[in-house]
Design a protein around this ligand. Structure first.
Ligand code: MGD
Ligand code: MGD
Ligand code: MO
Length: 767
């Protein structure tokens, strides 16, 4: 034991192969097959009656907000169901009737459990009592809630500086929980608040902040319905935001066109059968994308530049392609951008982006005479070294076309976690916002720290360097979500105490600090009762709308607590009555939390009343065409560099993507129905010509290595699957490939890891 004690835990789990089956990728998404898959999953995990009761309340105004993605609900929700296959899977996963507690952990050590796959770990079900793993032990054992709070408090008080503590947040927490958590971290004395956003849409936040003055999107759901052109770039809505397809379908029925920009021709964008309409069950479905631009990985900038050059050439004839009135009134940097475009060689850009000239010309024709344009995007743009610049380049297109701040036009960064945007709004952030700090001081009565805290990358480094000693996570699976799994595991094991507030078992619970706490909490679908009163929370969707959410299912056990309860009771123990905030009262009555949010967070107002029903929108300067916060009071066109990769002849560009059967690191199943892969996740999608050149056959086994700064990282044993992907590009699933992503390579300015463009080599190996 002593200082040298390390548990022998695996960060990779079992890597044996299963009996893989391949089929052709599917053309049609959703439809009856999607509904069947969803219901099958729900019935198995939750039982028939509970499933039907819960599904009928999901995303309804008197129900709870789906725990899956952050796509908004239409004002008029469908009577049949306002959920999708993957939302139903998320619900089934959270509301599963399988449970684990002290007996389970008594039987299995964390060392044994770590040999299982992430899929197997999640399958064990909900954690139903608070647990502790003491120093030197390899088993979790029960702990009383109060003792857990005491343990955290005493560990926090032992730290040399509050900045040796880190408070991570995943994006599923409610506004109420996130607000209390963020204020607790500040009251302890630190802004070390990394969150999943750092690995996700941080690049969008930075890019939109710089160009338009707000780090959020500008459109409302209804804007999509009558948009003339919707560009879907670097996003796979059929899998990750399936309800977005209903909006695109409406747009198409109103005559709109959809352009997809993606190295892969993703199923949802090809053809969609809306399960909410009868025609979706019997008809042939709606072809969603009118045009697909198979851009090479991380070559969006050359592609968009080429489109801008061609639009500029058309505009030069009659000045009627760009919105010159709009540019003059609201935008800075027009001449500089035009000058920059002239410095690029069209042939070079064409070769770089990999898209055929005719296809690009078609896109230019679609865009030229239209101004109601929306750009939707997700991780395909953000997770690159030049993630911020990618988004700025798409914003250039919108600004030139005057497609900002008017109905049916604008930016639509499609958020991931169901409340990731809300968590940020209510104060989860590592940066310091002076205005927010002043309001905290004024309304909460304490002085928050003014030193910038750690984001995800800095948090990993601080733990690795043994500077940070305490790591608490409000949800999520930090170990598997963060880059560089082996490095992150080392980092976390350096901590004295790691604390996880969680619903389901994951690898972060197994690879821990010297001591570890596992604190079980409610899922969103569960009934949150306190002293006989039913409580609700609020969330913010991808479009800045605040809505209330109320669970209806009986909680997994009587012992688990809501997130606000846990945080409030912890804070109450830590301060022991010596603090300006009445933590106990806040934990009991969420109305009081909402009152404080209204006072402290700009834009929140009368939330208790206004979040009911259809909810309310937070203010958005872009919708008002107010750019007063930006230099010169104008929106900014920007000049973005062409990304350079300098691939060696034997190197490929790898993107790490989601299968149809997972939510981030939570693996629901082993199939990726839309891409035609069944019963295996360790696959590598590769262009058949590249396979031939590398002398690889279908289902050959390869190791992947990435080399950055002379450090070689390896992901072992993946089966090669021939796939329609640009030459030189590869795709494999996250999180199995996170071992390849170097912790110190990330997007400029936003520090989002380069999960979508990793330089790798392949080594053929024996099965
Ligand atoms: N069912 C389900 N829903 C989810 C999630 C989930 O895991 N499962 N995760 C949630 C979260 S947190 C998030 S952030 C979102 C993620 O939603 P997405 O961003 O759709 O998820 P990814 O699978 O990472 O897909 C990225 C897409 O970008 C494309 N791409 C990769 N590189 C490039 C590039 O350089 N250029 C372009 N143009 N395209 C590129 C890929 O081919 C892929 O289609 O989904 C949310 N919703
Ligand atoms: N290589 C690579 N890495 C990536 C990405 C990628 O595309 N490629 N995507 C990145 C992105 S976009 C994101 S957002 C991050 C995701 O990072 P995280 O948000 O940290 O990870 P999740 O997998 O969503 O977390 C799942 C865990 O959350 C817990 N949980 C679920 N629901 C609740 C709840 O209601 N309350 C609480 N307290 N806990 C709950 C469960 O225990 C579950 O195991 O990963 C990032 N990592
Ligand atoms: Mo995300």
């Amino acid at each position: 034991m002593g200082n040298g004690f390390r548990r022998k835990v695996s960060v990779r789990g079992n890597q044996d192969f299963l009996d893989i089956k391949l089929k052709d990728p599917m053309r049609v998404s959703a439809g009856p097959l999607g509904v069947q898959a969803a219901l099958r999953h729900s019935f198995k995990e939750m039982g028939v009656v509970r499933s039907m009761n819960a599904l009928l309340k999901m995303n309804q105004q008197d129900g709870f907000s789906c725990p899956s993605c952050a796509w908004p609900d239409p004002e008029k929700t469908s009577k049949f169901a306002e959920y999708c296959e993957n939302g139903a899977k998320a619900l089934a996963d959270e509301a599963t009737t399988s449970h684990i507690g002290a007996d389970f952990f008594n039987k299995y050590s964390v060392e044994e459990l770590s040999l299982l796959t992430d899929y197997e770990l999640n399958k064990f079900g909900r954690i139903i009592e608070p647990l502790v793993m003491r120093e030197g032990s390899i088993h979790y054992e029960p702990i009383d809630w109060h003792e857990a709070y005491e343990m955290i408090s005493s560990e926090l008080k032992k730290l040399e500086s509050p900045d040796d503590a880190i408070f991570y947040t995943s994006g599923r927490s409610s506004n109420e929980a996130a607000f209390l958590y963020g204020m607790f971290a500040r009251a302890v004395g630190t802004n070390n608040m990394p969150d999943c956003s750092n690995m996700c849409h941080e690049s969008s936040g930075v890019a939109l902040g710089e160009t338009l003055g707000i780090g959020k999107g500008s459109i409302k759901l209804e804007d999509l319905y009558e948009a003339e052109v919707v560009i879907v770039a670097g996003q796979n809505p059929g899998t990750n935001h399936p309800r977005m397809l209903s909006a695109l379908e409406k747009c198409k029925q109103n005559g709109g066109k959809v352009i997809s920009i993606n190295p892969l021709k993703e199923s949802g964008l090809v053809n969609f059968k809306n399960p909410q309409h009868l025609s979706g069950w019997i008809g042939s479905g709606e072809d969603i994308a009118d045009l697909h631009l198979p851009v090479k990985i991380n070559q969006d900038i050359p592609l968009i530049k080429l489109i801008l050059i061609k639009l500029a050439a058309l505009d030069a004839i009659k000045n009627d392609i760009f919105d010159h009135q709009f540019l003059k009134t609201y935008v800075d940097g027009y001449q500089e951008l035009l000058n920059d475009l002239k410095t690029h060689d069209e042939k070079v850009l064409l070769a770089q982006c990999g898209v055929a000239l005719e296809t690009i010309n078609e896109a230019v024709n679609l865009l030229a005479r239209k101004s109601k344009i929306v750009v939707c995007w997700a991780m395909g743009l953000t997770q690159h070294k030049n993630g911020v610049e990618n988004i700025r380049e798409y914003v250039n297109l919108l600004l030139l076309k005057g497609a900002i701040g008017k109905p049916n036009a604008g930016t639509c960064p499609v958020r991931g976690h169901s409340n990731v945007q809300g968590d940020r709004s209510v104060g989860i952030m590592h940066i310091v916002n002076k205005e927010l700090n002043d309001r905290i001081e004024k309304h909460l009565g304490f002085t928050p720290p003014s030193k910038e805290g750690y984001d995800t990358v800095d948090a990993m480094k601080a733990m690795y360097d043994k500077k940070a000693k305490f790591f608490m996570c409000l949800g999520g699976n930090f170990l598997m979500a963060a880059s560089d799994t082996v490095y992150t595991a080392e980092a976390m094991q350096n901590c004295d105490l790691t604390v996880q507030v969680s619903t389901k078992l994951n690898r972060t619970h197994l690879v821990t600090g010297k001591k570890a706490l596992l604190l079980p909490t409610f899922g969103r679908s569960e009934k949150d009762m306190k002293k006989g009163k039913l409580r609700h929370i609020t969330v913010e969707n991808s479009m800045g709308q605040i809505r209330q959410s109320q669970g209806l299912l009986k909680p997994a056990s009587d012992t688990i607590k809501s997130e606000p309860d846990i945080i409030a009771q912890l804070a109450d123990t830590f301060f022991n009555g010596n603090h300006s905030m009445d933590w106990k009262a806040l934990g009991e009555n969420y109305d009081l939390i909402r009152e404080k949010i209204d006072m402290v967070v700009k834009g929140f107002k009368d939330t208790e009343r206004r979040a009911k029903g259809t909810g309310y929108y937070l203010p958005n300067n872009v919708r008002e065409l107010d750019f007063s916060k930006l230099p010169n009071g104008k929106a900014q066109l920007t000049i973005n560099k062409i990304p350079k990769h300098d691939l060696k002849p034997d190197e490929y560009m790898l993107m790490t993507i989601r299968s149809h059967d997972q939510f981030n690191t939570t693996i629901y199943g082993l199939d990726d129905r839309y891409r035609g892969v069944y019963n295996e996740r360790r696959v590598l999608f590769m262009n058949p010509d590249d396979m031939k050149a590398a002398d690889l056959n279908k289902l050959d086994v390869v190791n992947m290595t990435s080399t950055y700064d002379d450090t070689v990282r390896t992901a072992y044993r993946f089966k090669v699957v021939p796939y329609a992907i640009p030459k030189g590009d590869l795709a494999a699933y996250f999180p199995e490939t996170n071992v390849l992503v170097p912790y110190n390579h990330f997007a400029d300015k936003s520090k989002t890891p380069i999960s979508k463009s990793i330089r790798i080599r392949l080594i053929k190996t024996m099965d």
